[in-house]
Design a binder for this molecule. Structure first.
Ligand code: CA
Length: 229
């Protein structure tokens, strides 16, 4: 089920390292999927693109660099941050030289605390609402940490689904989201929900946003979906 939890795909062939990381990520509120090789990682990304990928450089068969290169050339996965793990600093230099497009590099053995901090730094950029950031759009303020939304300084009451919808919109004002994309992001791919359900919740969100007056900030884009602003 989709939640406000950010999803991380962990690609690491060494079971012990994989499990330590999985444990720490889950304890920190991440939803984790794991792959033990590059092929499996690419298949998992095809199923559902994660919010972030932690990718070991040394993997059997398809290397981490190749996985990174492939994902960074695909328009649907290009924006997913990738943190590469590498055994030696010379490898990191080589990764940089290869211009694989990785967003960050961490050298093994790494401190889990440092890796978690790097993960959060990437997500603050790409998924601010899931790492407790405050989002603002015109007179609307959404505080992801306290789950409070105000408009023109007045508190708005939103249901959990409407809250997730609004945070999705507020992360990327102006972006047009199709109903299917909103379903994936807000409800999750593993749940069957009719696309009309999206319309119902958009209706509720609109009503809540305009409760104390103000223009409807949500735009219906015919044949495409919805956008904020
Ligand atoms: Ca490895």
């Amino acid at each position: 089920m989709a939640t406000d939890q950010p999803s991380v795909l962990l690609v690491e062939d060494e079971p012990a390292q994989r499990e330590v990381l999985r444990y720490n990520l889950e304890a920190d509120g991440f939803s984790v999927t794991a792959a033990e090789n590059g092929e499996e990682a690419l298949l998992l990304v095809d199923e559902a693109a994660p919010d972030l990928i932690v990718l070991d450089w040394m993997l059997p068969n398809v290397s981490g660099i190749e996985v990174c290169r492939q994902l960074k050339t695909r328009s649907d996965t290009r924006s997913v941050p990738i943190i590469m793990l590498s055994a030696r600093s010379e490898e990191v230099d080589r990764v940089r030289g290869l211009e694989t497009g990785a967003d960050d590099y961490v050298i093994k053995p790494y401190s889990v605390i440092e890796l978690m901090a790097r993960i959060r730094a990437q997500l603050r950029r790409t998924r601010p609402s899931v790492v407790g950031q405050r989002l603002e759009y015109e007179d609307i303020i959404l505080d992801a940490e306290t789950h409070r939304v105000t408009r023109d300084s007045r508190e708005l009451k939103l249901g959990p689904t409407e809250f997730r919808l609004l945070s999705t919109f507020m992360e990327k004002p102006g972006r047009v989201w199709s109903r299917e994309q909103l379903l994936d992001r807000v409800w999750g791919r593993d749940i069957y929900v009719d696309t009309r359900t999206v319309d119902v919740h958009i209706g509720r969100l609109r009503k809540a946003l305009c409760k104390h007056g103000g223009d409807d900030p949500l735009r219906t884009v015919r044949g495409a979906g919805y956008a904020l602003g």
